[in-house]
Design a protein around this ligand. Structure first.
Ligand code: F3S
Length: 646
């Protein structure tokens, strides 16, 4: 029996475990990446491990999120990131060089290698045949220190793309179509492998839009083969010698197969407030638009911005629309500046935004109160734009431009112009001078006053007494737990960051946890389905752990967040009976007796002391994870001679 791409990638990197669905495996990691708000803590954790130089083949630290620098905190963090990178053999991509996933795809991606990144859209590099996965910062720190990365062996879903997209239909519309069908729930533990003759019609940047937004499905990652299209991309990036063919065997086996005829795809839109709330633009009805933004790691490639420029040439955006454009990398910005396309964008009345995550991460460009914002990024969670009652719609660059021109959500085929054709250039503009290579030695790490040491939680107590500090509904994202935007400046300061946990949902949450702590009790978070979806933000586990949270009891918990909870010593527990979720109330006091014994079984009995009943929860933890929970978190075990630390 032949092998699929996942099997080939795992086989060549397997450190431990059996390649059996659901079994825990560990793999060696060739490359890591970090972005700034999650990177600071990852490097502080790496420093705490006492390893002098990274042991990965390549590690890159990007600054692309917190670029506004309103105060000393962000610039201090940027300097810390640069110096800690220099000291430990890590490449540093300066602010202004571009968004981590866009730059990594352009300059560092490598078919057949493994990559983990402290950012949930790390699967973007799956577009060239990498096993690229989002992970917690601590997992990235462990990988940089030479440790393996642990995951449950996934099922592999083959998505066969057939035929060719019609004019005005795009890769973004394909992934929105897939999101509409598969939704953001129920895809945990799956890997998507794209195939079929239709993939030959998609360039690498288009493929990367699909792998990027696969993150919204909740899958472990998405992978394309590395083929002739990939070779052309590498050649144009001046990296032909780094290309290699990487294909599945003809008789490879898949756990599930989905067929999509590209010819049937129409321009789509994800309606507020979820990327899977998808309908055709044509069926969305009349929608007046206040703001249009093009950019983010999903749609900011040379292809995307050239299409936008060609559509805008000689036209003006609607007077009521605020229109912003951000290139994904300096390479893209430089190329559209040189060929004059940037002038067409400027002349149309666009605001030229910095080459960074910017609006996607909630840094600037908040819409007006109750405003309608049409965006090309990947998430439209409530409040992520910076305006709580704004409505964000996710679309392709083509739909974004059409809407900016007309002032209403518009199917671009209604513009009565030809869909511009933008071939992949024969040569991209190449200048890596904003990537700083580490010097041999002699670097002192700079630590500004914003930076605090990573906390070390204590071991799990034998008798766990805890209060329900909050009860939440379904689909709580890491943005709900700890918002992006301006408060991200405190990500390297855990005591300060912790004050913002659930700040927009329940501003008294942190105080309540502190009160429980004063009474010698732990805190518990109770939630519904899909708790922790969205960004891989480990602060959504780290800060609750700092506040004394010892368990999340939910109806289901998303993969990356579950791993982060374990890494920070928080029990991820699932209600066996949904009625028990209904019965539980904020302020209830809970008790688990004899936790070491309780962790030996896959189910656990919890007593609700306030209401006088027992209920059962289950957990799916490997022996390694149980040991981490008992010890109070992965970092506490590091350097303790525990074999599970690596
Ligand atoms: Fe940045 Fe948004 Fe991508 S925050 S990494 S552009 S998802």
């Amino acid at each position: 029996m032949g092998l699929n791409l996942l099997e080939k990638l795992v086989k060549t990197h397997l450190v431990s475990g059996e390649m059996r669905i659901g079994a825990e495996i560990s793999i060696s990691i060739d490359q890591t990446l970090t972005e700034d708000p999650l990177g600071t803590m990852a490097y502080l954790q790496f420093e705490a491990m006492g390893v002098p130089k990274v042991k990965t083949r390549l590690s890159v630290s990007y600054v692309d999120h917190c670029m506004l620098q309103e105060g000393f905190e962000n610039p201090d963090d940027h300097r810390y990131l640069q110096t800690v990178a220099a000291k430990h053999g890590i490449l540093f991509s300066k602010p202004g060089n571009g968004i981590c996933h866009q730059v990594h795809l352009e300059r560092f991606s490598s078919p057949g290698e493994t990559l983990i990144g402290a950012d949930s859209h790390t699967p973007t590099c799956g577009a060239v045949g990498m096993l690229a996965m989002g992970a917690g910062g601590l997992d990235v720190a462990v990988a940089m220190a030479g440790g393996a990365f642990y995951l449950s062996y996934p099922t592999v879903v083959r998505i066969n793309l057939h035929g060719q997209l019609k004019p005005w239909s795009t890769a973004k519309d394909v992934i929105l179509e897939i999101l509409g069908r598969l939704t953001t729930k129920g895809n945990v533990g799956k890997v998507i492998e794209f195939g079929g003759e239709g993939i030959e019609t998609l360039s690498v940047p288009e493929r990367s839009t699909l792998t990027n937004m696969g993150a919204e499905l909740g899958v472990t990652t998405s992978i394309f083969p590395s083929d002739e299209i990939t070779r052309q991309f590498f050649t144009a990036q001046g990296r032909e010698e780094q290309w290699r063919e990487f294909l599945p065997d003809a008789d490879a086996r898949y756990d599930e197969t989905i067929d999509i005829d590209l010819q049937t795809i129409e321009p789509n839109v994800a309606l507020p407030h979820s990327p899977d709330n998808v309908c055709k633009v044509r069926e969305a009805g009349f929608l007046k638009v206040d703001q249009v933004l093009i950019g983010s790691c999903t749609n900011s490639s040379y292809r995307d911005l050239m299409i936008a420029a060609r559509m805008l040439k000689g036209k003006k955006v609607h007077p009521d629309v605020s229109f912003g454009v951000a290139a994904g990398s300096r390479q893209v910005l430089r190329m559209i500046a040189e060929n004059g396309a940037l002038n067409d964008i400027i002349d149309s009345g666009a605001r030229i935004l910095e080459t960074s995550c910017g609006f996607c991460a909630g840094y600037g460009q908040a819409p007006q109160s109750g405003g309608v914002s049409i965006r090309t990024n990947n998430r439209n969670f409530e409040g992520r734009s910076g305006t709580k009652d704004a409505k964000v719609y996710l679309v392709s660059p083509e739909v974004a431009v059409a809407s900016a021109l007309t002032g209403q959500l518009t199917d671009p085929s209604d513009l009565n112009i030809d869909h511009p054709i933008v071939p992949v250039p024969e040569r991209f503009y190449i200048d890596d001078s904003m990537v700083i290579w580490p010097p041999a030695d002699g670097v002192e790490v700079y630590r500004g006053p914003n930076i605090s040491d990573p906390p070390h939680p204590t071991p799990l107590p034998e008798n766990l007494l805890a209060g329900v500090a909050i009860k939440l509904g379904d689909k709580i994202t890491t943005d709900h737990i700890i918002p992006a935007g301006p408060v991200s400046r405190y990500r390297s300061n855990i005591p300060k960051s912790s004050d913002f946990i659930f700040h927009k949902v329940d501003p008294l949450f942190a105080e309540r946890c502190k009160d429980y702590k004063k009474k010698g009790m732990a805190s518990v978070i109770v939630a519904g389905l899909s708790y922790g979806q969205g960004s891989s933000r480990e602060h959504a586990a780290l800060c609750p752990s700092y506040l004394g949270v010892r368990a999340v009891i939910a109806r289901s918990i998303e993969r990356i967040h579950m791993a982060n909870l374990v890494n920070f010593g928080i029990l991820p527990l699932i209600f066996n009976d949904p009625q028990d979720y209904e019965k539980m109330q904020p302020g209830d006091e809970l008790c688990v007796e004899n936790t070491s014994q309780a962790l030996n079984n896959p189910t656990m009995q919890i007593k609700n002391l306030s209401r006088g009943y027992m209920f059962e929860v289950s957990f799916s933890l490997t022996p390694r994870q149980v040991a981490i929970i008992r010890g109070g978190g992965l970092l506490s075990l590091y350097g303790s001679d525990s074999p599970i630390a690596m």
